[in-house]
Design a protein around this ligand. Structure first.
Ligand SMILES: C[S@@+](CC[C@H](N)C(=O)[O-])C[C@H]1O[C@@H](n2cnc3c(N)ncnc32)[C@H](O)[C@@H]1O
Length: 376
């Protein structure tokens, strides 16, 4: 097979970015079964791969990368395998980009089971590479009485989906029976295979490994309780069904007033283009500067939060994610708490907090002023 030449004058960064964006948008519209169709020729052993092999590179090297890419990977131009159709190079003039998107992904060859052709840009084929993570997710997705779920060994949001047809099969379970949280900590939820939610030394609850977990292991797949935007959150929470609202509210430690925004401030995940709330993922505390031992990534296509072990973790260890604020001052400014993770961040001082407008009550709360001062 002749190597394929790509004219760099044609594939400007802009053209490439535009093509990628368009292809990603097409891919995001594929249903899971279309994904599965595209993978139909995959050789059987891949489907049995364990979670620690998810994040391999396109060359089949199963090392786990630190940024654990769960999204689709689109490759422009030809990898080193034959294609089944058409010319692969063309003379085109810059500025005259011609996209052609195939109605369905076409598997490239049996020897490259994870690569499909999804279209062309100026007659140059554009390929999509399915990572192990995608294959794993596709193979774990099942239609259940609770809607499309991930119900093998992996934990899942225990809520029924908002699809009205689900309720034909099952009345929604009562939240207190089904949900981990204060007052229900001893129930043996499925996620106890890897972790449990219990009291943390940081105050409130946290997630703790119940077994030794190896790096790369998927420890949580969870559908969101609610997907919304900053502007709509109040209306959307109030419009939730009773049990969903109960779980949302259980994320708050406070009183009758202001719980919608308190939960939002403490627990919302920025999913890019919107925010999401999760009953289990929201119980993970934060650690700074690489001290986090769990990675998280939202898979937009399947609408599922995926958490993976960032390193080998011993049973009993608290599981931490990095909330991504960058510093303890930003954490305070964004989420309103003083970080005590012990992961190398600078502990905020009274002066820091005063500079950020904290009142005496707030200083007392963080142990930076005494009750006696407050009495004055
Ligand atoms: C998303 S919740 C995490 C679960 C929470 N601990 C609970 O009981 O539900 C975020 C809240 O947990 C607490 N938290 C998380 N990480 C922390 C840290 N590193 N230091 C101190 N408090 C932390 C803060 O109160 C923060 O507002």
């Amino acid at each position: 097979m002749e190597p394929i030449k790509i004219k760099t004058t044609v594939l400007t960064a802009d053209a490439l970015a535009k093509a990628m964006a368009e292809m990603q948008s097409i891919l995001s519209q594929l249903t899971p079964s279309e994904y599965k169709d595209a993978l139909a020729i995959q050789s059987g052993d891949d489907s049995d791969r364990s979670a620690q092999n998810l994040f391999s590179d396109p060359g089949g090297n199963d090392s786990v990368s630190s940024d654990q890419n769960l999204t689709t990977t689109t490759t422009l131009a030809c990898p080193s395998h034959p294609t089944t159709d058409g010319p692969t190079t063309t003379e085109t003039k810059p500025g005259q980009n011609n996209y052609h998107i195939l109605p369905h992904p076409v598997p490239v060859s049996k020897s490259e089971p994870r690569t499909v052709k999804i279209g062309t840009l100026n007659s140059i084929p554009i390929y999509h590479y399915f990572s192990h993570a995608e294959q794993f997710l596709a193979s774990q997705e099942y239609a259940t009485p609770f809607g499309k779920r991930f119900l093998l060994d992996e934990p899942d949001s225990l809520l029924p989906s908002d699809d009205p047809s689900d309720r034909v099969f099952h009345p929604p379970p009562h939240s207190e029976e089904w949900w981990p949280g204060p007052g229900n900590a001893n129930r043996d939820f499925r996620f106890k295979r890897y972790f449990e939610i219990r009291k943390s030394g940081l105050g409130g609850l946290g997630a703790f490994a119940t077994v030794d977990i190896e790096m790369g292991r998927v420890i949580l797949l969870e559908r969101p309780l609610l997907l919304t935007t900053h502007g709509r959150v109040e209306d959307d929470v109030l419009a939730m069904r009773q049990e969903g609202k109960g779980i949302y509210r259980s994320l708050d430690g406070g009183g009758e007033v202001g719980w919608v925004s308190r939960v939002k401030d403490r627990n919302c995940f920025d999913l890019g283009g919107g925010i999401g709330f999760f009953g289990i993922a929201s119980r993970f505390n934060h650690a700074c500067r690489g001290a986090a031992n769990v990675n998280y990534k939202y898979d937009h296509h399947r609408q599922v939060m995926v958490m993976t072990a960032r390193r080998d973790i011993e049973a009993g260890t608290e599981l931490f994610i990095d909330y991504g604020a960058g510093s303890s001052a930003c954490l305070y400014a964004m989420y309103g708490f003083v970080c005590r993770c012990g992961g190398g961040c600078r502990r905020l001082t009274r002066r820091d907090l005063e500079a950020m407008g904290a009142g005496l009550k707030e200083l007392v709360k963080w142990g930076l002023a005494s009750e006696k001062e407050l009495a004055w």
